[in-house]
Design a protein around this ligand. Structure first.
Ligand code: SF4
Ligand code: SF4
Length: 111
């Protein structure tokens, strides 16, 4: 089991999650973060910290594609452990449907 970052993180990227993770298993893309499924110890601490409610346990149904996406990009994006300024328009995109179309495969800057 692992926790996964899902669609509502895209273009919100508040980054509250990275500060609480005891094993620093968040990785930064251009417009979302992912969790490394093999590094996550399933502590669940990050889930309630996400203002966008984008972090879910992979035991929830229907998250297979998100689990795959988290694993794929955690392998190439840089590690992030410190919260930065979220995008200026993060609030506008919080809860917007269809954000997968806005997903960027490009890496973020990391720490
Ligand atoms: S707190 Fe939530 S929205 Fe922000 S980066 Fe983490 S998972 Fe994404
Ligand atoms: S569940 Fe725990 S170990 Fe996994 S990403 Fe969240 S804070 Fe990190």
């Amino acid at each position: 089991m692992t926790y996964v970052v899902t669609e509502n993180c895209i273009k919100c990227k508040y980054m509250d999650c990275v500060e609480v993770c005891p094993v620093d298993c968040f990785y930064e893309g251009e417009n979302m973060l992912v969790i490394h499924p093999d590094e996550c110890i399933d502590c669940g601490v990050c889930e309630p910290e996400c203002p966008a409610e984008a972090i879910k346990p992979d035991t929830e149904p229907g998250l297979e594609s998100w689990l795959q996406l988290n694993g794929k990009y955690a392998a190439s994006w840089p590690n992030i452990t410190q919260k930065k300024e979220p995008p200026a328009d993060a609030k506008e995109f919080d809860g917007t449907p269809g954000k997968l179309e806005m997903f960027s495969p490009e890496p973020g800057e990391g720490d």
